[in-house]
Design a protein around this ligand. Sequence first.
Ligand SMILES: O=P(O)(O)OC[C@H]1O[C@@H](O)[C@H](O)[C@@H](O)[C@@H]1O
Length: 314
Amino acid sequence: MSTERVPIEICNGVNGLEKVVLREVRGSSAEVYLYGGQVTSWKNEHGEELLFISSKAICKPPKAIRGGIPICFPQFGSHGSLEQHGFARNRFWTIEAEPPPFPTNSSSKAFVDLILKPSEEDMKIWPHSFEFRLRITLGPGGDLMLTSRIRNTSTEGKPFTFTFAYHTYFSVSDISEVRVEGLETLDYLDNLQNKERFTEQGDAITFEAEVDKVYLSTPTKIAILDHEKKRTFVIRKDGLPDAVVWNPWDKKAKAMADFGDDEYKHMLCVEAAAVEKPITLKPGEEWRGRQELSAVPSSYCSGQLDPQRVLQSS
Ligand SMILES: O=P(O)(O)OC[C@H]1O[C@@H](O)[C@H](O)[C@@H](O)[C@@H]1O
């Protein structure tokens, strides 16, 4: 099979910020801003947007773009002394034409390699030498894969420690019709209750209020079922033991300047992450963390298992 890649398409996005557009022959596409190394769009072959991006997003440094897939590094949330979610999401990344090779089982030709290295200013707030390589690939079936490789390039023998998340904002039809599977019965840290540890009760995770939880040591596959859209997102992850689930709900939505008052109804963040056990890299060591997203039509739709409805429609 030919591995000849599709030439990278670069154009100007909002406020003249450069973005890379990836396209697959069957019609799916993705957009990646160099600002933040952030995926801001992922469309299926029918041209339907699968990620949420706020209509009020401020695409202007130093504000991180509200939506898509911000990269949280070297700190997730407020788990440390850096700014919330670290600085990778509001730095300018560059395209790397020839990154060091790494094994991949994808036959995709639509991908881009980005790299982030600390500036002198970054070294003042986080005094560690690193190279962060991010490959974003659009698979032949429209799947979106993100692979991060973070290397400690210290020449002074200094290790460093970080936490991480792919802060993915999924677009959903109506949050109250959404169910998450794969996190039932797990332990989680509740960000709304001083990061205290609890155990999830009940069958499936549904939404009727603000949620901000870090589920610990989750399975590698998590599903988001959108009954109204009859769509299921499947998240597969590797190297990222935790999963953050976040929806700000109405009160917090109103308090955010870059988020519409009602937009919480149409988004859900499920974030492949490494939070509870920070990752330590010695000089010369490299860490990999991978997230693969697919969107498939769901056979199960709301009411299907409701005998009353089945009777009415037969
Ligand atoms: O507003 P920010 O910095 O993008 O963060 C959004 C949310 O991101 C989530 O991942 C956190 O768990 C929440 O606590 C946080 O509010």
